[in-house]
Design a binder for this molecule. Sequence first.
Ligand code: HEM
Ligand code: HEM
Length: 210
Amino acid sequence: MADRIYVWDRFVRLFHWTLVAAFATAYLTGEEDTDLHFYAGYLICALLVSRLVWGFIGGRYARFTNFVTPPAAALGYLKSLVGGPVKHYVGHNPAGAWMVLLLLASLTLTVGSGLRAYGLEGHGPFAVERLPKPDSATMSESEVATLRAARKARHADEEFWEEIHELGANGTLLLVGLHVVGVVVSSLRHRENLARAMVTGYKQGPADEA
Ligand code: HEM
Ligand code: HEM
């Protein structure tokens, strides 16, 4: 007989749906030069740090030790989804767990590269000193040449981190797509609404399952 088990604690649920809103905001404002983009990005940064801490001190199903499994377990679960009996997990299933880790890693890369690119533009917590424009009226020829080279290198560095940032944002979007497909497929296979569980916190299953 299936019990109603409290799986996703209040922190995990709040974390999840705030992350969804902040990610959508950051993604959609990326190409506009607006502060909203940076605020959404900072919020995601704070969410990632607190989720990392919660992964060690949080509730049973939120702890990394509860859901980090060898990759083979994830492949086994994915195969069982296609054919054969599929094992039900109360917390994250092994494939879902790997997706969670990939999402957290890819969000970290996106936020990190965003902060670096923003810093190289002279803004934010990692702002570097802005290089002055070369001025041949007040500077020697060698000073002008050195400054030009430094500005060129700075520009290349900025472009590099912007590329990584864009790659991170689009890579995360791809993972989100797969994550949502995974949630739908698992929900159908197990005949339980996993998205609703992330809202209410409750799932069905024998209480002693892993
Ligand atoms: C997960 C969080 C974030 C997402 C999804 C995201 C997404 C994006 C996207 C899609 C772009 C447009 C890229 C392009 O087409 O050129 C962009 C640009 C940018 N983002 Fe973010 N971003 C995030 C966090 C941050 C953070 C935390 C910062 C720094 C505080 C930041 C700084 C920037 C900057 C400076 C640009 C402009 C780069 C350019 O001029 O091409 N982003 N972001
Ligand atoms: C509307 C779309 C979404 C739905 C329906 C959804 C649903 C879910 C569900 C049901 C879980 C629990 C998975 C399980 O049972 O093992 C989960 C976990 C998670 N989702 Fe989503 N998700 C959505 C969008 C997103 C987005 C946009 C992101 C990130 C940008 C995201 C990141 C995560 C993370 C990091 C977890 C792990 C939660 C934790 O353990 O703290 N999700 N999601």
